[in-house]
Design a protein around this ligand. Structure first.
Ligand code: ADP
Ligand code: ZN
Ligand code: ZN
Length: 820
């Protein structure tokens, strides 16, 4: 009987593929193992086996599995159920989930290698780009495409390669690349026959005439702390033995030849193991103790609990106690943090308590390290606690007992691109339920959805209203900058009040945080004469001006441009910047306070993890005085010496065209304010705005979350937004604007006739073109109580019908479920 396997391939293709198993693999391949499979004409991918069966597929000849990569499954059954849930709920393929879940080193790639053909003779002159590629290839006759792009300086090489292939000037070679190589070391141990007191004593006597070998053996016994058979000796590496015994390799080899010692290789962890004294847990304060008990009680009846505690109330302290509790019954904990909140601060704090029971999973870690954590979690010696970012929901767990989602309101928990566009908080709740585990959501400013679920009784709710040791919340002063600007009393982005408070704080050797929600120097530059604004040629947005680099950058596609000397529209030479970003603020602070040490924290200054950590460490140690930043500065950091926080322009948060903008503005301002005055004295927040009378500003000042929630909820109810209706955004993309326009109106028409008034659009999103693709968006509102399963299959059915149409063949269609 022929055996077949169903395999997930890392491609956005619906469904799974069936391959036949060569006889020698039958019985060795298990569900959850990785296999190398051919795909298309020349490609190889690593696939994941999901089913083994004997049903020959009908209608096509199966290809054979080329290689088996695992002895043991790397995907557990519960994980697979989690993957299936993700792909169904978020309307994407299992291949999409697979790609997101595994680190690259575990998904072998077939990187296309291009090979030079020396026999090729051109019949006429080649186009310039093709000639250039051939020239580059002739120097080094085998290169992969990415390498060729780098060496030739030509982007978008595929069409050029295609043309050269057709001409027979080059050919393509496939090679599987193993990008993860475990690090191994050689170790030394006693041979089996030597592992008894008696044999050892005899051997020591025998070696009396070989003093060097005797010394080495003695050294080994010392290093391994060998005492008696059965007692586990310590691992001794060959290198270590040679170094400490101070002998040449020949001496050790002599002992190996005499079959006294033997060598073996073992994989070494890249993960640094630290032996440190662990700290006892802090005793919880009375209020914290009450909250802790309430959470435990809640978990008797509910699977999810919200811990709503003001900043610095000790939420983290409570998490630590909960983790301890869960570990004591032999279960695991997943502790999720938003990407930019995962810093050494929190890592150190947990390491001190949990030592090497704690593993850290970060998307900015080198891939090899992430592979290693995967491997460890698959093994018997898995970490008990994983502290990680969004993608750590994909790690394999065996005995998950609790998931903590800290800063649950953070929108960065939602993955935007590529698919799966999942929300890690919601996914974590599902993951936990697959294990029968509990989920704790923690924040000072809950998302409206979560708070609604808590008040409805779907989640438990526990509140902590006071800061630890009664440190007071900061005082917030509102400054009307519209009035001040009219009277010409602003200095750049600063009101006189903010300047004065900054000056006083700096004189007292205290620190200042300035929050501005825009990076770059100015949001844009503008021709003073005709109003021309430079825009990205790939995307439909104006470019941001970066003074330091003297460049214009597109924040969507990353493309950079030189700043023009004159306006291309009218020839005018007066190009002025408009508005201000973090870089401009930095410039102004340096000008006004020349003696002050300033740091800036935004996407541009924190490309690497270390850059980010350095900025924080410097500020924490008092090596910088003023920290200027985008929303990054609001992320759960503890600074002791910050007495003044300036919110430079609240209006830029409020004017964002999105139904969540008020909720977000409140969260951001409350979080930023929470950075002020943590230890010694009450902090001061200067909130600059052009609309001081807005109710939302008042709610921020009085830290009245409830009031904000009530008002926002009422608005959501009125206009049918979440948490009442659910949203699915349908995106259509195409190179040609007419095609995307037509397709969008056809699809919207169908949706309307099927679902009526609950369809909005098609609209051009705020950025209507990204990387040369025109975009249209259709909003589908799904009323409470409607079956999501039905809606999803309806959407997919329409999508299939749409791309059947000849005109829309190359249309890209994708979905954003529960968009943020
Ligand atoms: P949150 O997570 O709510 O912002 P934290 O747990 O970070 O609050 O607590 C704020 C500060 O107070 C931290 O420096 C923390 O170490 C300290 N702290 C909180 N609770 C205790 C406690 N019970 N004992 C000692 N220190 C505490
Ligand atoms: Zn002009
Ligand atoms: Zn762009």
């Amino acid at each position: 009987m022929k055996c077949y396997v169903d395999v997930i391939v890392p491609l956005p293709i619906a469904g799974q593929y069936t391959y036949s198993l060569p006889d020698e693999m039958v019985g060795r391949v298990l569900v959850g193992c990785r296999v190398v499979v051919p795909f298309g004409r020349k490609k190889y991918y690593t696939g994941l086996v999901t089913r083994i069966h004997e049903d020959a597929p009908e209608g096509y000849e199966t290809k054979e599995v080329a290689e088996l990569l695992d002895e043991h499954p790397i995907l557990f059954e519960r994980q697979y159920r989690f993957w299936k849930w993700l792909s169904e709920y978020y309307l994407c393929t299992l291949g999409d989930v697979y790609k997101a879940a595994l680190p690259s080193g575990m998904k072998l790639e077939s990187e296309t290698l291009v090979v030079y053909n020396p026999e090729f003779v051109a019949t006429g002159p080649l186009p310039e780009k093709e000639q250039r590629i051939l020239d580059v290839l002739s120097l080094d006759t085998e290169q992969c495409i990415t390498q060729l792009e780098k060496n030739s300086g030509i982007r978008q090489l595929l069409p050029v390669i295609q043309s050269l292939l057709e001409k027979g000037a080059i050919c393509v070679k496939e090679e599987l690349k193993r990008s993860y190589k475990p690090k191994v070391e050689t170790r030394i141990r006693l041979t089996e026959g030597m592992r008894s007191e008696e044999m050892l004593r005899k051997q020591l006597d025998l070696l009396a005439r070989a003093p060097k070998q005797l010394a080495v053996l003695m050294k080994y016994l010392e290093l391994s702390a060998w005492s008696a058979p059965g007692n586990l000796p310590k691992e001794v590496t060959r290198k270590q033995l040679l170094e400490t015994a101070g002998v040449s390799a020949a001496v050790v080899n002599g002992l190996v030849e005499k079959r006294v010692l033997e060598t073996y290789t073992a994989e070494v962890g890249r993960l640094i193991r630290e032996d440190r004294d662990l700290q006892a847990l802090h005793t919880l304060s009375e209020a914290q103790e009450v909250a802790f008990r309430q959470i435990l009680t809640t978990f008797h009846t509910k699977n999810v609990c919200l811990l709503h505690g003001v900043t610095a109330s000790g939420k983290t302290e409570i998490y630590i106690h909960l983790i301890q509790q869960v570990l004591s019954v032999g279960k695991q904990v997943l502790y999720l943090l938003p990407e930019i909140a995962l810093t050494t601060q929190i890592t150190e704090r947990l390491k001190r308590v949990f030592g090497d029971k704690l593993g850290i999973y970060h998307s900015k870690f080198p891939d090899a390290e992430r592979v290693e954590i995967w491997r460890k979690q698959l093994s018997e010696h898995d970490y008990d606690v994983i502290l990680g970012v969004r993608s750590s929901v994909f790690l394999p767990f065996r005995r998950l007992g609790l998931v903590i989602v800290d800063e649950e309101h953070e929108q960065t928990y939602k993955q935007q691109d590529p698919a799966p566009r999942y929300h890690a908080r919601n996914a974590a709740i599902v993951l936990a339920s697959l294990f029968g585990a509990k989920t704790l959501l923690g924040t000072a400013t809950p998302s409206i959805e979560t708070y609604y679920n808590a008040l409805q009784g779907k989640y438990g709710l526990v509140e902590l209203t006071e800061r630890h040791r009664q440190i007071c919340l900061p005082r917030i002063e509102v400054v009307d900058i519209k009035e001040l600007a009219r009277k010409k009393r602003m200095t750049g982005p600063f009101s006189p009040m903010l300047l004065q408070q900054m000056r006083e704080a700096l004189e007292r050797k205290e620190q200042v945080i300035l929050f501005q929600n825009r990076r770059g120097f100015a949001p844009m530059i503008e021709c003073h004469t005709c109003g021309w604004v430079p825009r990205c040629k790939n995307c439909d947005v104006s470019l941001t001006y970066h003074k330091e680099l003297n460049q214009l950058t597109c924040h969507y596609c990353g493309y950079t441009y030189q700043v023009p000397r004159s306006c291309p529209a009218c020839g005018g030479v007066e190009l002025k910047d408009r508005g201000f970003g973090t870089e401009k603020v930095e410039d102004d602070v340096k000008r006004i306070f020349p003696e002050v040490r300033v740091a800036r924290m935004d996407l541009d200054t924190t490309r690497t993890r270390t850059a980010y950590e350095t900025i924080i460490a410097d500020f924490q140690a008092g090596r910088t005085d003023v920290l200027i930043g985008t929303q990054m500065v609001s992320k759960g950091l503890d600074f002791d010496r910050v007495s003044v926080v300036g919110i430079l322009n609240a209006d830029s948060l409020l004017n964002y065209p999105d139904f969540r903008s008020y909720e977000r503005a409140f969260q951001l301002m409350a979080q930023v304010a929470g950075r002020a005055g943590r230890k010694n004295r009450q902090g001061l927040v200067i909130l600059q705005t052009k609309s001081p009378d807005l109710p939302l500003i008042h709610q921020v000042v009085t830290n009245d979350y409830r009031q904000m929630y009530t008002e926002q909820l009422e608005e959501r109810r009125l206009f049918n937004y979440p948490p009442f209706d659910r949203l699915v955004y349908v995106y259509l993309k195409h190179r040609k604007e007419e095609v995307v326009d037509q397709a969008a109106s056809v699809l919207a028409g169908w949706l309307r006739s099927g679902m009526g008034e609950w369809i909005l659009g098609p609209d051009k999103p705020p950025v209507g073109r990204i990387q040369q693709l025109f975009i249209k968006k259709i909003v589908v509102k799904i009323a409470q109580g409607t079956s999501m399963t039905k809606v999803r299959s309806y959407l997919l059915q329409l999508q299939h019908a749409l791309v059947e149409d000849e005109r829309f063949r190359s249309l890209v269609v994708y979905y954003d479920v529960d968009p943020m």
